[in-house]
Design a protein around this ligand. Structure first.
Ligand SMILES: Cc1ncc(COP(=O)(O)O)c(C=O)c1O
Length: 455
Protein backbone atom coordinates (compact mmCIF):
# COMPACT_ATOMS: atom_id res chain seq x y z
CA UNK A 1 0.00 0.00 0.00
CA UNK A 2 1.34 3.45 -0.95
CA UNK A 3 1.93 5.77 2.03
CA UNK A 4 2.65 9.47 1.61
CA UNK A 5 4.79 11.55 3.96
CA UNK A 6 3.11 14.27 5.98
CA UNK A 7 4.59 17.76 5.56
CA UNK A 8 5.70 18.52 9.13
CA UNK A 9 5.63 22.33 8.75
CA UNK A 10 2.09 22.23 7.41
CA UNK A 11 1.17 19.85 10.23
CA UNK A 12 2.44 22.37 12.80
CA UNK A 13 0.28 25.06 11.19
CA UNK A 14 -2.72 22.76 11.39
CA UNK A 15 -2.01 22.13 15.09
CA UNK A 16 -1.78 25.90 15.73
CA UNK A 17 -5.08 26.52 13.99
CA UNK A 18 -6.86 23.70 15.85
CA UNK A 19 -5.34 24.78 19.20
CA UNK A 20 -6.82 28.24 18.69
CA UNK A 21 -10.24 26.73 17.98
CA UNK A 22 -9.93 24.54 21.09
CA UNK A 23 -9.15 27.61 23.21
CA UNK A 24 -12.12 29.54 21.84
CA UNK A 25 -14.45 26.66 22.66
CA UNK A 26 -13.27 26.06 26.21
CA UNK A 27 -12.89 29.30 28.27
CA UNK A 28 -14.59 27.61 31.23
CA UNK A 29 -11.77 25.08 31.44
CA UNK A 30 -9.20 27.88 31.41
CA UNK A 31 -10.99 29.63 34.29
CA UNK A 32 -11.21 26.42 36.32
CA UNK A 33 -7.57 25.63 35.63
CA UNK A 34 -6.58 29.02 37.06
CA UNK A 35 -8.47 28.22 40.29
CA UNK A 36 -7.41 24.59 40.42
CA UNK A 37 -3.70 25.35 39.97
CA UNK A 38 -3.67 27.17 43.29
CA UNK A 39 -4.76 24.09 45.22
CA UNK A 40 -3.69 21.05 43.13
CA UNK A 41 -0.35 20.46 41.40
CA UNK A 42 -0.92 21.14 37.69
CA UNK A 43 -4.56 21.86 38.57
CA UNK A 44 -5.63 18.22 38.25
CA UNK A 45 -6.31 15.28 40.61
CA UNK A 46 -3.99 12.93 38.63
CA UNK A 47 -1.10 13.86 36.35
CA UNK A 48 -2.75 11.71 33.68
CA UNK A 49 -5.34 14.52 33.38
CA UNK A 50 -2.66 17.11 32.67
CA UNK A 51 -2.52 17.59 28.91
CA UNK A 52 -1.81 20.14 26.21
CA UNK A 53 -2.99 22.77 25.60
CA UNK A 54 -4.63 22.42 29.06
CA UNK A 55 -6.98 19.99 30.82
CA UNK A 56 -10.62 19.82 29.81
CA UNK A 57 -12.91 20.19 32.83
CA UNK A 58 -16.08 18.11 32.70
CA UNK A 59 -19.61 18.95 33.82
CA UNK A 60 -21.59 15.74 33.28
CA UNK A 61 -21.94 12.58 31.21
CA UNK A 62 -24.71 10.27 30.09
CA UNK A 63 -24.86 7.30 27.70
CA UNK A 64 -22.06 7.65 25.14
CA UNK A 65 -21.94 11.45 25.65
CA UNK A 66 -20.00 13.81 27.91
CA UNK A 67 -20.23 17.58 28.38
CA UNK A 68 -17.44 19.94 29.36
CA UNK A 69 -18.01 22.87 31.72
CA UNK A 70 -18.63 25.16 28.71
CA UNK A 71 -21.51 22.92 27.62
CA UNK A 72 -19.72 21.43 24.59
CA UNK A 73 -21.12 17.97 23.99
CA UNK A 74 -18.81 15.15 22.90
CA UNK A 75 -19.33 11.57 21.88
CA UNK A 76 -17.05 9.84 24.37
CA UNK A 77 -14.50 7.22 23.25
CA UNK A 78 -12.15 8.09 26.12
CA UNK A 79 -14.63 6.60 28.58
CA UNK A 80 -12.48 7.14 31.61
CA UNK A 81 -9.37 5.52 30.12
CA UNK A 82 -11.45 2.48 29.26
CA UNK A 83 -13.32 2.06 32.53
CA UNK A 84 -16.74 2.50 30.96
CA UNK A 85 -17.49 -0.24 28.45
CA UNK A 86 -21.01 0.06 29.87
CA UNK A 87 -21.14 3.79 28.94
CA UNK A 88 -22.04 6.62 31.31
CA UNK A 89 -24.96 6.43 33.74
CA UNK A 90 -26.27 3.17 32.34
CA UNK A 91 -29.89 2.82 33.56
CA UNK A 92 -29.20 -0.55 35.21
CA UNK A 93 -26.20 0.90 37.00
CA UNK A 94 -28.07 4.01 38.11
CA UNK A 95 -30.85 1.86 39.52
CA UNK A 96 -28.51 -0.56 41.31
CA UNK A 97 -26.27 2.12 42.80
CA UNK A 98 -29.24 4.24 43.90
CA UNK A 99 -30.55 1.18 45.72
CA UNK A 100 -27.09 0.50 47.20
CA UNK A 101 -26.77 4.10 48.43
CA UNK A 102 -29.88 3.51 50.51
CA UNK A 103 -28.45 0.23 51.82
CA UNK A 104 -25.17 1.81 52.85
CA UNK A 105 -21.87 2.42 51.09
CA UNK A 106 -19.37 0.97 53.51
CA UNK A 107 -19.48 -2.06 55.77
CA UNK A 108 -15.80 -3.13 55.89
CA UNK A 109 -17.26 -6.60 56.35
CA UNK A 110 -18.14 -8.98 53.52
CA UNK A 111 -21.60 -9.56 52.06
CA UNK A 112 -22.99 -11.66 49.21
CA UNK A 113 -21.97 -9.29 46.39
CA UNK A 114 -18.20 -9.94 46.61
CA UNK A 115 -18.94 -13.66 46.45
CA UNK A 116 -21.11 -13.27 43.34
CA UNK A 117 -18.51 -11.06 41.69
CA UNK A 118 -15.64 -13.40 42.56
CA UNK A 119 -17.60 -16.35 41.15
CA UNK A 120 -18.23 -14.44 37.92
CA UNK A 121 -14.57 -13.42 37.54
CA UNK A 122 -13.42 -17.01 38.14
CA UNK A 123 -15.91 -18.25 35.56
CA UNK A 124 -14.90 -15.69 32.91
CA UNK A 125 -11.14 -15.91 33.31
CA UNK A 126 -10.76 -19.57 34.30
CA UNK A 127 -9.25 -18.67 37.69
CA UNK A 128 -9.74 -20.39 41.06
CA UNK A 129 -9.83 -17.50 43.52
CA UNK A 130 -10.12 -13.70 43.58
CA UNK A 131 -9.31 -10.87 45.97
CA UNK A 132 -10.54 -7.30 45.59
CA UNK A 133 -8.77 -3.95 45.85
CA UNK A 134 -9.49 -0.43 44.57
CA UNK A 135 -7.49 0.21 41.39
CA UNK A 136 -5.31 -1.36 38.74
CA UNK A 137 -2.27 -0.11 40.63
CA UNK A 138 -3.29 -2.03 43.72
CA UNK A 139 -4.11 -5.10 41.64
CA UNK A 140 -0.61 -5.33 40.13
CA UNK A 141 1.02 -4.41 43.46
CA UNK A 142 -0.89 -7.18 45.24
CA UNK A 143 -0.35 -9.80 42.52
CA UNK A 144 3.40 -9.11 42.59
CA UNK A 145 3.38 -9.41 46.38
CA UNK A 146 1.67 -12.81 46.13
CA UNK A 147 4.14 -13.99 43.48
CA UNK A 148 7.08 -12.86 45.61
CA UNK A 149 5.58 -14.44 48.70
CA UNK A 150 4.94 -17.78 47.01
CA UNK A 151 8.34 -18.03 45.29
CA UNK A 152 10.34 -16.44 48.11
CA UNK A 153 12.17 -14.24 45.56
CA UNK A 154 12.32 -10.46 45.11
CA UNK A 155 13.20 -9.75 41.48
CA UNK A 156 10.49 -9.33 38.84
CA UNK A 157 10.60 -8.95 35.07
CA UNK A 158 8.42 -6.55 33.13
CA UNK A 159 8.14 -5.58 29.48
CA UNK A 160 9.90 -2.47 28.21
CA UNK A 161 7.37 0.32 27.60
CA UNK A 162 4.55 -1.21 29.64
CA UNK A 163 2.52 0.55 32.31
CA UNK A 164 1.14 -1.36 35.28
CA UNK A 165 0.15 1.47 37.61
CA UNK A 166 2.10 3.85 39.82
CA UNK A 167 3.64 1.75 42.60
CA UNK A 168 7.42 1.62 42.81
CA UNK A 169 8.01 -1.94 41.58
CA UNK A 170 6.52 -1.20 38.14
CA UNK A 171 7.61 2.43 37.72
CA UNK A 172 10.57 1.17 35.72
CA UNK A 173 11.03 1.50 31.93
CA UNK A 174 7.48 2.78 31.49
CA UNK A 175 8.34 5.15 28.66
CA UNK A 176 12.14 5.23 28.77
CA UNK A 177 13.79 7.81 26.48
CA UNK A 178 15.57 6.39 23.43
CA UNK A 179 18.99 7.47 24.68
CA UNK A 180 18.56 5.58 27.97
CA UNK A 181 17.17 2.22 26.88
CA UNK A 182 20.44 0.37 26.17
CA UNK A 183 20.84 -2.65 23.92
CA UNK A 184 17.69 -4.49 22.79
CA UNK A 185 18.79 -7.88 24.13
CA UNK A 186 19.72 -6.39 27.53
CA UNK A 187 17.50 -3.32 28.03
CA UNK A 188 18.35 -0.96 30.88
CA UNK A 189 15.90 -0.68 33.77
CA UNK A 190 15.08 3.03 33.72
CA UNK A 191 13.40 4.60 36.75
CA UNK A 192 10.32 6.55 35.63
CA UNK A 193 9.95 9.17 38.32
CA UNK A 194 11.87 10.97 40.99
CA UNK A 195 10.89 9.51 44.33
CA UNK A 196 11.07 5.90 43.12
CA UNK A 197 14.07 4.39 44.96
CA UNK A 198 16.95 3.53 42.62
CA UNK A 199 17.02 0.00 44.03
CA UNK A 200 13.93 -0.73 41.94
CA UNK A 201 16.12 -0.78 38.85
CA UNK A 202 17.80 -3.85 40.33
CA UNK A 203 14.56 -5.43 41.51
CA UNK A 204 12.68 -4.91 38.25
CA UNK A 205 14.36 -6.21 35.11
CA UNK A 206 13.14 -5.44 31.63
CA UNK A 207 12.77 -7.40 28.39
CA UNK A 208 11.28 -6.45 25.02
CA UNK A 209 7.76 -7.59 24.08
CA UNK A 210 7.45 -10.39 21.54
CA UNK A 211 10.95 -11.77 22.03
CA UNK A 212 10.66 -14.91 24.15
CA UNK A 213 14.29 -15.91 23.55
CA UNK A 214 15.53 -12.81 25.39
CA UNK A 215 13.31 -13.61 28.36
CA UNK A 216 14.42 -17.24 28.34
CA UNK A 217 18.06 -16.22 28.43
CA UNK A 218 17.44 -13.77 31.30
CA UNK A 219 15.61 -16.39 33.37
CA UNK A 220 18.52 -18.80 32.82
CA UNK A 221 21.10 -16.17 33.75
CA UNK A 222 19.16 -15.26 36.90
CA UNK A 223 17.94 -18.77 37.77
CA UNK A 224 16.43 -18.84 41.24
CA UNK A 225 16.23 -15.00 41.55
CA UNK A 226 13.04 -14.19 39.67
CA UNK A 227 9.61 -14.26 41.25
CA UNK A 228 7.41 -13.25 38.34
CA UNK A 229 7.07 -12.00 34.80
CA UNK A 230 4.31 -9.40 34.51
CA UNK A 231 2.96 -8.22 31.18
CA UNK A 232 -0.04 -6.86 29.40
CA UNK A 233 -0.94 -9.75 27.06
CA UNK A 234 -1.74 -7.09 24.46
CA UNK A 235 0.28 -3.92 25.04
CA UNK A 236 -2.33 -1.18 25.41
CA UNK A 237 -0.18 1.66 26.66
CA UNK A 238 1.63 2.07 23.34
CA UNK A 239 -1.54 2.19 21.25
CA UNK A 240 -2.29 -1.47 20.58
CA UNK A 241 0.56 -3.93 20.06
CA UNK A 242 -0.41 -7.58 19.75
CA UNK A 243 1.49 -10.62 20.87
CA UNK A 244 2.95 -12.51 17.91
CA UNK A 245 1.23 -15.86 17.28
CA UNK A 246 2.41 -18.32 19.94
CA UNK A 247 4.23 -15.70 22.05
CA UNK A 248 2.00 -15.94 25.12
CA UNK A 249 2.01 -19.75 25.03
CA UNK A 250 5.79 -19.61 24.79
CA UNK A 251 5.96 -17.33 27.84
CA UNK A 252 3.78 -19.82 29.68
CA UNK A 253 6.19 -22.63 28.78
CA UNK A 254 9.32 -20.66 29.70
CA UNK A 255 8.02 -19.36 33.03
CA UNK A 256 6.82 -22.83 34.00
CA UNK A 257 10.17 -24.33 33.09
CA UNK A 258 11.97 -21.80 35.33
CA UNK A 259 9.36 -22.00 38.09
CA UNK A 260 8.54 -18.29 37.73
CA UNK A 261 5.01 -16.89 38.16
CA UNK A 262 3.33 -15.54 35.03
CA UNK A 263 1.08 -12.51 35.67
CA UNK A 264 -1.23 -11.10 33.00
CA UNK A 265 -2.15 -7.48 33.62
CA UNK A 266 -5.66 -7.43 32.16
CA UNK A 267 -6.58 -4.05 33.60
CA UNK A 268 -7.31 -2.80 30.07
CA UNK A 269 -8.02 -6.03 28.18
CA UNK A 270 -10.14 -7.77 30.82
CA UNK A 271 -13.87 -7.47 30.12
CA UNK A 272 -13.28 -5.28 27.04
CA UNK A 273 -11.69 -7.47 24.36
CA UNK A 274 -13.74 -10.54 25.39
CA UNK A 275 -15.74 -11.61 28.42
CA UNK A 276 -12.68 -13.45 29.73
CA UNK A 277 -10.15 -10.96 28.35
CA UNK A 278 -6.88 -12.17 26.86
CA UNK A 279 -7.03 -15.41 28.88
CA UNK A 280 -10.09 -16.36 26.86
CA UNK A 281 -8.98 -14.83 23.57
CA UNK A 282 -5.54 -16.48 23.46
CA UNK A 283 -6.37 -19.57 25.51
CA UNK A 284 -3.32 -19.14 27.75
CA UNK A 285 -3.69 -19.44 31.51
CA UNK A 286 -1.30 -17.41 33.66
CA UNK A 287 -0.80 -17.98 37.40
CA UNK A 288 -2.30 -14.60 38.30
CA UNK A 289 -4.30 -11.92 36.52
CA UNK A 290 -4.91 -8.27 37.43
CA UNK A 291 -8.22 -6.53 36.73
CA UNK A 292 -9.70 -3.05 37.23
CA UNK A 293 -11.28 -0.39 34.98
CA UNK A 294 -14.26 -1.84 33.06
CA UNK A 295 -15.08 -4.59 35.57
CA UNK A 296 -16.42 -1.81 37.82
CA UNK A 297 -18.41 0.25 35.32
CA UNK A 298 -16.80 3.54 36.41
CA UNK A 299 -16.66 2.95 40.15
CA UNK A 300 -13.13 2.57 41.61
CA UNK A 301 -12.33 -1.14 41.75
CA UNK A 302 -9.48 -3.57 41.32
CA UNK A 303 -9.14 -7.31 41.59
CA UNK A 304 -6.52 -9.97 41.19
CA UNK A 305 -7.20 -13.62 40.65
CA UNK A 306 -5.20 -16.77 40.28
CA UNK A 307 -4.75 -20.42 40.84
CA UNK A 308 -5.42 -21.89 44.27
CA UNK A 309 -1.69 -22.62 44.73
CA UNK A 310 -0.96 -18.88 44.63
CA UNK A 311 -4.08 -17.35 46.11
CA UNK A 312 -4.31 -19.65 49.13
CA UNK A 313 -1.01 -18.22 50.33
CA UNK A 314 -2.93 -15.10 51.26
CA UNK A 315 -3.22 -15.91 54.95
CA UNK A 316 -1.77 -14.45 58.14
CA UNK A 317 1.37 -16.60 58.21
CA UNK A 318 2.23 -16.02 54.54
CA UNK A 319 1.21 -13.10 52.30
CA UNK A 320 -0.57 -9.98 53.54
CA UNK A 321 -3.37 -8.52 51.46
CA UNK A 322 -5.17 -5.70 53.23
CA UNK A 323 -7.25 -2.61 52.54
CA UNK A 324 -10.08 -0.78 54.30
CA UNK A 325 -12.07 -0.29 51.11
CA UNK A 326 -11.49 -3.75 49.56
CA UNK A 327 -14.87 -5.20 48.65
CA UNK A 328 -16.60 -1.87 49.17
CA UNK A 329 -20.36 -2.47 48.73
CA UNK A 330 -20.79 0.24 46.09
CA UNK A 331 -17.89 -1.11 44.03
CA UNK A 332 -19.02 -4.71 44.43
CA UNK A 333 -22.55 -3.88 43.36
CA UNK A 334 -21.17 -1.96 40.37
CA UNK A 335 -19.02 -4.96 39.45
CA UNK A 336 -21.91 -7.40 39.71
CA UNK A 337 -24.18 -5.21 37.58
CA UNK A 338 -21.46 -4.58 34.99
CA UNK A 339 -20.41 -8.19 34.55
CA UNK A 340 -23.69 -10.06 35.02
CA UNK A 341 -26.28 -7.66 33.61
CA UNK A 342 -24.61 -5.37 31.07
CA UNK A 343 -21.40 -6.89 29.71
CA UNK A 344 -23.24 -10.08 28.76
CA UNK A 345 -22.68 -12.09 25.54
CA UNK A 346 -24.85 -9.71 23.46
CA UNK A 347 -22.59 -6.81 24.50
CA UNK A 348 -19.54 -8.56 23.05
CA UNK A 349 -21.43 -9.32 19.82
CA UNK A 350 -22.33 -5.65 19.61
CA UNK A 351 -18.73 -4.53 20.21
CA UNK A 352 -17.66 -6.81 17.35
CA UNK A 353 -20.15 -5.18 14.93
CA UNK A 354 -19.31 -1.57 15.92
CA UNK A 355 -15.58 -2.27 16.03
CA UNK A 356 -15.59 -3.81 12.56
CA UNK A 357 -17.42 -0.76 11.21
CA UNK A 358 -15.02 1.66 12.87
CA UNK A 359 -11.74 -0.13 12.12
CA UNK A 360 -12.63 -1.00 8.52
CA UNK A 361 -13.92 2.56 8.02
CA UNK A 362 -10.63 4.01 9.30
CA UNK A 363 -8.65 1.59 7.12
CA UNK A 364 -10.57 2.60 4.06
CA UNK A 365 -9.92 6.31 4.73
CA UNK A 366 -6.24 5.66 5.45
CA UNK A 367 -5.85 3.76 2.19
CA UNK A 368 -7.74 6.27 0.06
CA UNK A 369 -5.68 9.18 1.40
CA UNK A 370 -2.46 7.16 1.51
CA UNK A 371 -1.88 8.17 5.12
CA UNK A 372 1.25 6.89 6.91
CA UNK A 373 -0.90 5.13 9.55
CA UNK A 374 -2.87 1.98 10.18
CA UNK A 375 -5.94 1.11 12.20
CA UNK A 376 -6.45 -1.90 14.40
CA UNK A 377 -8.86 -3.13 17.05
CA UNK A 378 -10.05 -6.03 19.13
CA UNK A 379 -13.36 -6.35 20.99
CA UNK A 380 -14.26 -2.89 22.26
CA UNK A 381 -10.74 -1.43 21.96
CA UNK A 382 -9.15 0.05 18.88
CA UNK A 383 -7.06 2.88 17.53
CA UNK A 384 -5.29 4.51 14.67
CA UNK A 385 -1.55 3.94 14.93
CA UNK A 386 0.57 6.83 13.69
CA UNK A 387 3.20 4.76 11.94
CA UNK A 388 3.17 3.23 8.45
CA UNK A 389 4.24 -0.26 9.59
CA UNK A 390 2.79 -2.48 12.30
CA UNK A 391 4.48 -2.08 15.70
CA UNK A 392 5.85 -5.11 17.55
CA UNK A 393 7.31 -3.58 20.69
CA UNK A 394 8.15 -0.35 22.52
CA UNK A 395 11.18 0.47 20.36
CA UNK A 396 8.90 0.51 17.31
CA UNK A 397 6.59 2.86 19.21
CA UNK A 398 9.40 5.42 19.50
CA UNK A 399 9.12 5.87 15.72
CA UNK A 400 5.53 7.10 15.95
CA UNK A 401 4.66 10.55 14.59
CA UNK A 402 3.52 12.17 17.86
CA UNK A 403 2.63 15.50 16.22
CA UNK A 404 0.29 13.72 13.86
CA UNK A 405 -1.30 11.96 16.83
CA UNK A 406 -1.79 15.30 18.60
CA UNK A 407 -3.32 16.94 15.52
CA UNK A 408 -5.70 13.97 15.21
CA UNK A 409 -6.80 14.38 18.85
CA UNK A 410 -7.38 18.13 18.45
CA UNK A 411 -9.41 17.54 15.30
CA UNK A 412 -11.73 15.23 17.18
CA UNK A 413 -12.02 17.55 20.19
CA UNK A 414 -13.04 20.49 18.00
CA UNK A 415 -15.61 18.34 16.24
CA UNK A 416 -17.32 17.02 19.35
CA UNK A 417 -15.59 13.70 19.81
CA UNK A 418 -13.64 12.99 22.99
CA UNK A 419 -10.71 10.65 22.49
CA UNK A 420 -7.99 9.89 25.03
CA UNK A 421 -5.00 12.07 24.24
CA UNK A 422 -1.70 10.56 23.19
CA UNK A 423 -0.40 7.87 20.90
CA UNK A 424 -0.26 5.46 23.83
CA UNK A 425 -4.04 5.33 24.30
CA UNK A 426 -6.90 3.83 22.30
CA UNK A 427 -10.65 4.25 21.90
CA UNK A 428 -13.07 2.26 24.03
CA UNK A 429 -16.52 1.36 22.74
CA UNK A 430 -19.48 1.16 25.07
CA UNK A 431 -22.71 -0.78 24.85
CA UNK A 432 -24.41 2.62 24.49
CA UNK A 433 -22.61 3.72 21.30
CA UNK A 434 -24.66 3.52 18.12
CA UNK A 435 -23.91 2.94 14.45
CA UNK A 436 -24.67 6.63 13.88
CA UNK A 437 -21.96 7.55 16.41
CA UNK A 438 -19.50 5.44 14.42
CA UNK A 439 -20.53 7.13 11.17
CA UNK A 440 -19.98 10.58 12.72
CA UNK A 441 -16.61 9.42 14.02
CA UNK A 442 -15.58 8.30 10.54
CA UNK A 443 -16.74 11.59 9.02
CA UNK A 444 -14.34 13.46 11.33
CA UNK A 445 -11.52 11.09 10.46
CA UNK A 446 -12.21 11.65 6.76
CA UNK A 447 -11.99 15.42 7.26
CA UNK A 448 -8.73 15.02 9.20
CA UNK A 449 -7.27 12.73 6.51
CA UNK A 450 -8.19 15.14 3.73
CA UNK A 451 -6.78 18.21 5.51
CA UNK A 452 -3.61 16.54 6.66
CA UNK A 453 -2.73 15.32 3.19
CA UNK A 454 -3.75 18.59 1.54
CA UNK A 455 -1.73 20.65 4.03
C1 LIG B 1 -2.35 -2.07 31.97
C2 LIG B 1 -2.59 -1.22 33.17
N1 LIG B 1 -2.31 -1.70 34.38
C3 LIG B 1 -2.52 -0.98 35.50
C4 LIG B 1 -3.03 0.28 35.42
C5 LIG B 1 -3.27 1.08 36.67
O1 LIG B 1 -4.61 1.20 36.91
P1 LIG B 1 -5.16 2.37 37.85
O2 LIG B 1 -5.00 3.64 37.08
O3 LIG B 1 -6.59 1.98 38.10
O4 LIG B 1 -4.34 2.36 39.08
C6 LIG B 1 -3.33 0.83 34.17
C7 LIG B 1 -3.88 2.20 34.06
O5 LIG B 1 -4.05 2.75 33.02
C8 LIG B 1 -3.10 0.07 33.02
O6 LIG B 1 -3.35 0.55 31.80
Amino acid sequence: MVRQRVDQRALKRLIDRESETFKKRTPGSVALLERARRVMPLGVPSSFQHMPPYPLYIGKASGPRIWDVDGNEYCDYHLGFGTLAIGHAHPLMVEALSDQLRKGTMYALPGEEPVILAEEICRRFGMDMVRFCNSGTEATMDAIRVARGVTGRDVIVKIEGSYHGHHDAVMVSVKPPADAIGPEDHPNSVIFSKGVPAVNAQLTLVVPFNQPDILERLLSEREGDIAAVILEPIMMNVGIVYPAPGYLAELRRITRQHDVALIFDEVKTGATIAAGGACEHYGVKPDLICLAKSIGGGIPIGAFAGSRAFMEKIRPEDVAHLGTFNGNPLAMRAGVVSLTQILIPEAYKRFAVLEEKLVSGCRDIIDRHELPMYSTGIGGKGCVMFAPEELHDYRDYLKIDFDLSYAHWLYYMNRDILMPIGADEQWTLSVQHTEKDIEEHLAVFEEFARDVMAA
